[in-house]
Ligand binder design. Structure first.
Ligand code: SF4
Length: 242
């Protein structure tokens, strides 16, 4: 039995992997992304303590719906690798039930640790916040080196993955940098697709409630035109775009 801290669960998730998904949002994150819409997941011990058994009970109840949709379970966060044993145990249990499994991670984890999850994972949703390390440090508080190391691990281990990036006007929407990013991803064999997600301000009130300064207060979501322009970069490089 494994115990861990979670923020919440969602039984009919449709944006964190294929089909309908039971999503577990784990508590605790070592990053401090300026656009984080769940800053209430940051502190590990502020979550709800649960067992993997109790989560599996909930999952089994909706298993037929999940399976009919081609879905599965996704462990998201927060950062699921912060509670590695808990995440590992939940993945093992889900796999034993024959479910499709995914984790959504920032990649801020030692590759050797992440490798333990791979035998029980069908898909990795990897958030590469930006390829520019200086911008990454400013945007998230940490370097992107571990994330890029993880890309190499996923390639080496032939692990299918999707890459996701939030497009923040003035920070991650530079066309030339996006071309560099596409060039980098073009050579990846196990990358199934990339999803560019427009920045939104939905988490802003949570920052205010927590008494935190929301540095992106003046930033507007990107226009549809800008998103189309950036998406086109990946199409040009023949990378599957969501
Ligand atoms: S990695 Fe996710 S949960 Fe952690 S700070 Fe960034 S957006 Fe928030």
């Amino acid at each position: 039995m494994a115990e861990g801290y979670i923020h919440s669960t969602e039984s009919m998730g449709t944006v964190d992997g294929p089909g309908i998904r039971f999503v577990v949002f784990t508590q605790g994150c070592p990053l401090r992304c300026q656009y984080c819409h769940n800053p209430d997941t940051w502190k590990l011990k502020e979550g709800k303590k649960v067992t993997t058994e109790s989560l599996m009970k909930k999952i089994k109840k909706i298993k037929p719906y999940i399976e009919r949709s081609g879905g599965g379970i996704t462990i998201s966060g927060g950062e699921p690798t912060m509670q590695l044993d808990f995440t590992l145990d939940l993945l093992k249990k889900a796999k034993a039930e024959g479910l499709h499994t995914a984790v959504d991670t920032s990649g801020f984890v030692e590759s050797a640790k992440f490798k333990k999850l791979l035998p029980y994972l069908d898909l990795v949703l990897l958030d590469i916040k930006t390829m520019d390390d200086l911008v990454h440090r400013d945007l998230t508080g940490v370097s992107n080196q571990k994330t890029l190391n993880l890309v190499e691990l996923l390639e080496k281990e032939k692990q299918p993955y999707w890459v996701r990036q939030v497009i923040v006007p003035g920070i991650t929407d530079d066309l030339e940098k996006m071309k560099e990013f596409a060039k980098y991803l073009q050579r990846k064999k196990y990358l199934e697709k990339i999803e560019l997600l427009p920045y939104h301000e939905l988490g802003k009130h949570k920052w205010e409630n927590l008494g935190l300064e929301y540095k992106l207060a003046a930033v507007e979501p990107p226009s549809e035109k800008k998103m189309a322009e950036l998406n086109a970069v990946f199409k040009n490089y023949k990378i599957n775009i969501a």
